[in-house]
Design a protein around this ligand. Structure first.
Ligand code: ASP
Length: 322
């Protein structure tokens, strides 16, 4: 059954602290160009009658493949100098969900999460078992070095130097100083939420996690209800920020619950989470959300968040700062 609301997709590429003083117009443009390309790709899926699930997977796959964002190629390093990637998808029509955590060889973790959902037996798979399922589903497996970039390695060195009380490594800082959001203090998950022409919602989120995290640490991203949630009766939500805080307040589900039980609008529910529940425990970050009427909300309590929105038939818009 079709409905009268314009299909829409929203995306994010992480929230964090600004480093506007260091940023050249070219670098800022590079981020906008990347966000716009991903919005166009997601919008095209919706325009052609594709599902919200297809649209969010295409968008997140594009963000994973782009080295500017902390997911897939360009993901951050753990304290051991490795990559452990997390991702999740959720279908608002059926509440079907799939997620992977701590994968090291799946080129596009979001597609592995979708494969877990499609397999249908489990919701969350970790490590080697998740990779075997992804391989059996025909997904690309890569050498771990595929995810590494020099900029991220420098970021790890800088984080380790400052954690050890040493002077911030100048090479490390310099390698990332030209990005619009301060990389040392930026959380860098990517995500997408969408409403399709059938009136269905979906959400997808993917991340390398936090720079210098302990190996084995899992954040909010692959936890259904924390970093990712979708329910056609309320909203689709994808979060970015300090994952431990988002887990503790069950952020994505909390937003939907405030709508379902409290009758709040999307905007009021999102504000209560991002400007209420999260800061109350020191949680910084933001989220993107869309409801079944196509209302979109992109709140954050940091200085900036890479983000954008595209409605079918309208020019995509991308934003970095407030
Ligand atoms: N939420 C992610 C995590 O804690 C990080 C991020 O959003 O950048 O793993």
């Amino acid at each position: 059954m079709s409905h009268s609301f314009l299909p829409v997709i929203a995306i994010h590429g992480g929230a964090g602290t600004l480093s506007r003083a260091n940023i050249s117009p070219e670098q800022e443009l590079a981020y906008h160009a990347a966000l716009q390309a991903v919005l166009h790709a997601g919008q095209a899926v919706l325009e052609q009658g594709g599902s919200a699930m297809e649209a969010v997977c295409v968008a997140v796959q594009g963000l994973e493949d782009c080295p500017l964002f902390n997911a897939g190629h360009g993901a951050v390093f753990t304290a051991d100098g490795t990559h452990e990637l997390d991702a999740a998808v959720m279908d608002g029509a059926t509440l079907a969900a799939g997620a992977v955590a701590g994968v090291t060889r799946v080129r596009n973790p979001v597609l592995a999460a979708r494969a877990v959902m499609q397999d249908g037996q489990h919701v969350l798979m970790i490590g080697d078992g998740a990779e075997r399922l992804a391989g059996a589903a025909g997904l690309d497996l890569v050498e771990p070095g595929y995810f590494s970039t020099e900029a991220r390695r420098a970021q790890l060195q800088a984080a380790q130097a400052s954690a050890a009380g040493a002077v911030l490594d100048h090479d490390g800082a310099a390698a990332l100083a030209d990005r619009p959001l301060h990389e040392g203090r930026k959380m860098g998950t990517v995500g997408a939420v969408a409403l399709d022409a059938q009136g269905h919602l979906a959400a997808a989120t993917s991340t390398g996690g936090l720079t210098n995290k302990r190996p084995g640490r899992v954040g909010d991203t692959p936890l259904i209800g924390a970093g990712t949630y979708a329910d056609d009766r309320t909203a689709a939500v994808s979060c970015t920020g300090h994952g431990e805080s988002f887990i503790r307040v069950a952020a994505a589900h909390d937003l939907c619950a405030r709508m379902a039980y409290g009758g709040l609008s999307l905007q009021a529910a999102a504000a209560a989470v991002v400007h209420g529940a999260l800061p109350a425990i020191g949680g910084s970050g933001g989220l993107i959300a869309v409801d079944r009427y196509g209302n979109v909300c992109l709140p954050f309590n940091t200085e900036g968040m890479y983000r954008g929105v595209a409605r079918v038939g309208q020019a995509p818009e991308s934003f970095i700062y407030r």
